[in-house]
Design a binder for this molecule. Structure first.
Ligand code: NAP
Length: 338
């Protein structure tokens, strides 16, 4: 089968590899759609640790085709999404229920072969059944949505809150919708590309800001009357991290969601955080939220198809990851041929 494999930082190719077989408790899923995520680019560049070589692709949806011994939760023909993050269940963090902080965490598409391939091996406990008639492209949004739901849980947005979202990629555009669903009265998105700002306004942002047109923090403060209750950092760059801290009102929260390259340092002013009592939080991965995400997608609560800019084949994945996102792209979907 064809698979897009990362061999070392910056070295990736679409190759013919052996089709995986289901071991005990596992299923083989025929991939129908897999999303390219900002984190895949971090992995391609060596900025986020992976096993090597590995087939990337951790956001996917497909059809169960083969059952391993002892599989009782799934049937051939089920359309599934997979929670890619596999916790050990034994370490101290797992025992506290904090599975995203597992000391032995493995992940499909990161440390195990993933969904930029025709077939992928999935432990049955990681698969979540979706409706048979659901568009698989929507199913492939389950993973990013699950991560955003954790971000929302950490942020504790309350009805009537004001929220700033910094970075209008797919994550930021999902966060805008979730913040409105959580009851935020004001949702400001700051992102540089105009089409994304327009899309965000269609999806529920009450205001948008172009950070190249002036001081984004001043603009957010002016809109929100002095600072937002919650600022969500969704770009993964030092500038937006600093903006999230500054845009939060006194007593407000800044949530770090974007992935900055491992080892990257940024300056903060502890005095300022102290005297404004900023609640600085981080939200990582999707602990116990993948099922909720699948349910939301099946119920059509979110508008996700407008986020899909282009569909490509597996052979295009290396070039897609080698470059920066194309101007205008939000989510690029990979759909294996056949
Ligand atoms: P993305 O498509 O790269 O979107 C981020 C966007 O932020 C950029 O495309 C860019 O859009 C915008 N941006 C960059 N610099 C900016 C600036 N100075 N001011 C305002 N906007 C700026 O990535 P994504 O898929 O949406 O993911 C966002 C981040 O979340 C990534 O770092 C990803 O790795 C991370 N992530 C974290 C988790 C988690 O569990 N915490 C899960 C999934 C993803 P413009 O060109 O329009 O400015």
């Amino acid at each position: 089968m064809q698979a897009a494999r990362l061999r070392s930082a910056g070295q990736m190719s679409a190759e013919e590899v052996e089709r995986p077989r289901a071991g005990p408790g596992e299923v083989i899923v025929r991939v129908e759609a897999a999303g390219i995520c900002g984190s895949d680019r971090h992995m391609f560049r060596g900025e986020y640790p992976t096993a090597l070589p590995v087939t990337l692709g951790h956001e996917f949806c497909g059809i169960v085709e083969e059952l391993g011994e002892g599989v009782f939760m799934l049937r051939p023909g089920d359309r599934v999404t997979a929670d890619p993050n596999i916790a050990c269940g034994h370490c101290a963090a797992c025992r506290q229920g904090r599975v995203n902080l597992c000391a032995n965490l493995e992940a499909i598409g990161v440390t195990r072969d993933g969904g930029f391939a025709e077939y992928v091996r999935v432990p049955q406990g990681q698969a979540i059944v979706l409706p048979r008639d659901l568009d698989p492209v929507l199913g492939a949004f389950s993973e990013p949505l699950a991560c955003c739901l954790h971000g929302l849980d950490v942020a504790q947005i309350k009805p009537g809150d004001s929220v700033a979202v910094l970075g209008g990629g797919v994550i930021g555009l999902i966060m805008v919708q979730l913040a409105r669903l959580a009851g935020a009265r004001t949702v400001v998105l700051s992102t540089r590309q105009a089409p994304r700002r327009l899309l965000a306004e269609r999806l529920g942002a009450t205001h948008t800001v172009d950070p190249t047109e002036g001081d984004a923090v001043e603009a957010i403060r002016a809109i929100s009357g002095g600072g937002v209750d919650v600022a969500l950092e969704c770009a993964g760059v030092p500038e937006t991290f600093a903006q999230s801290l500054a845009a939060a009102r006194k007593g407000g929260a800044a949530v770090l969601f974007g992935v900055m390259a491992q080892g990257r340092q940024v300056a903060v002013e502890p005095f300022d955080l102290l005297v404004r009592e900023i609640r600085l939080e981080a939200a990582y991965l999707n602990p116990h939220t993948h099922g909720r995400a699948a349910t939301m997608i099946a119920s059509g609560q979110l508008d996700l198809l407008p986020l899909v800019s282009r569909t490509v084949g597996i052979e295009s994945v290396p070039d897609e990851l080698a470059g920066d996102p194309r101007q205008g792209d939000v989510k690029v979907m990979v759909r294996p041929a056949g």
